[in-house]
Design a binder for this molecule. Structure first.
Ligand SMILES: [Zn+2]
Length: 260
C-alpha cells in the first residue's frame, strides 16, 4: 500500500504515520536527577540489550513543545498560548501536541488529540554498573533541602541515544515544524532534570500506514533499516509552515463549527 503526506490537516485520522529516527548525543557529562519515584532513568532489558540509560519521552516532548511555542510566539501566532492551563486550542502547537479544551484558557468544549508521539530514548551502549545515589531534594523556590529524596545518576558525555518520533497524519508543513525543532534541540531540561548540551540529528524517516520502527528494535538489531533522508523531502520553509498551518488549523476548526 502506498501512503503519502496529507495535503492539509484533518481532524479525523487517515492512518498515515511518519516516523523520524533521531540520534541524540550528550556533549557534557550529565547528571540526571529525579525525585519522582515512578521515573526511570536506567532500565535493565533482557540480554543482549541489558542495562541502558534511558530518557523518558515526556522529557523530550516537554522541551520540544516549549520550543514550538516560543518559535510561533516569535512569529506573532497566538502569543498568549502557553502551558499548562493557558492553551489557546487553535494554534500549530496545540494542534500538534494536543490539549484538553475544558481546562484550557480557551474554555472550549473540544479536545485535540496529540499528533506527535514518542517513546523512551535508549542509550546505544550498554551501561556496566549503574550507581545511582540519593540526596535530599532541593526545593526550587526556596533552594532549601527538604525531606524528599532524589536519585542522581551520572551519565558520561558522548553517550548516544536512539529515539523514534511518530507524527500521525502528517502534512509537509507539520513535518517541517517538527524536524526543525528536533534539529534545534541543543539542551534538555525540565524541573527535576538537569541535562547539559545535546546534539540531535535526524537520521532519516519512514512513511507508512503503521508504526514500523521502535528504538528498542533499532538497539537490538544494531543496524538502521533503510531510511529516506529528511533532505530528500524538500520540506517547505519553516516560518511559512507555521503561518500556513496556523491558518489551516483555524479554518479546519471553523469548518467543523468548533470555533467561530
Ligand atoms: Zn495554542
Amino acid at each position: 500500500m502506498s501512503v503519502d503526506f496529507l495535503k492539509k490537516p484533518t481532524i479525523l485520522s487517515e492512518g498515515v504515520y511518519l516516523q523520524l529516527v533521531v540520534n541524540l548525543k550528550l556533549l557534557d557529562d550529565t547528571i540526571i536527577r529525579s525525585n519522582e519515584p515512578e521515573e526511570v532513568l536506567t532500565f535493565s532489558y533482557h540480554s543482549p540489550i541489558n542495562n541502558r540509560f534511558i530518557i523518558p519521552w515526556r522529557k523530550v516532548k516537554g522541551k520540544v513543545r516549549r520550543m514550538v511555542m516560543e518559535k510561533q510566539r516569535g512569529l506573532g501566532i497566538e502569543p498568549h498560548c502557553h502551558l499548562k492551563d493557558d492553551l489557546c486550542m487553535k494554534c500549530p502547537s496545540c494542534f500538534l501536541f494536543g490539549g484538553t479544551g475544558e481546562t484550557s484558557r480557551a474554555k472550549v468544549s473540544y479536545n485535540i488529540l496529540a499528533r506527535v508521539f514518542g517513546e523512551t530514548f535508549i542509550s546505544k551502549e550498554e551501561v556496566g554498573d549503574i550507581q545511582p545515589y540519593t540526596e535530599n531534594a532541593v526545593d526550587e523556590k526556596t533552594l532549601t533541602t527538604g525531606q524528599a529524596l532524589m536519585s542522581i545518576i551520572p551519565v558520561p558525555r558522548e553517550t548516544e541515544f536512539f529515539g523514534v518520533i511518530t507524527l500521525k497524519d502528517p502534512t509537509k508543513e507539520m513535518t517541517s515544524i517538527l524536524a526543525d525543532n528536533f534539529q534545534r534541540l541543543t539542551r534538555l531540561g525540565a524541573r527535576s532534570v538537569e541535562w547539559g548540551r545535546v546534539k540531535t540529528e535526524i537520521l532519516g524517516y519512514k512513511l507508512s500506514d503503521r508504526e514500523e520502527l521502535t528504538a528498542y528494535d533499532l538497539i537490538q538489531s544494531q543496524n538502521l533499516p533503510k531510511l529516506d533522508t529528511i533532505k530528500s523531502l524538500k520540506l517547505p520553509n519553516v516560518d511559512k509552515s507555521y503561518t500556513n498551518l496556523d491558518l489551516s488549523v483555524k479554518k479546519l476548526l471553523k469548518e467543523n463549527k468548533l470555533i467561530t
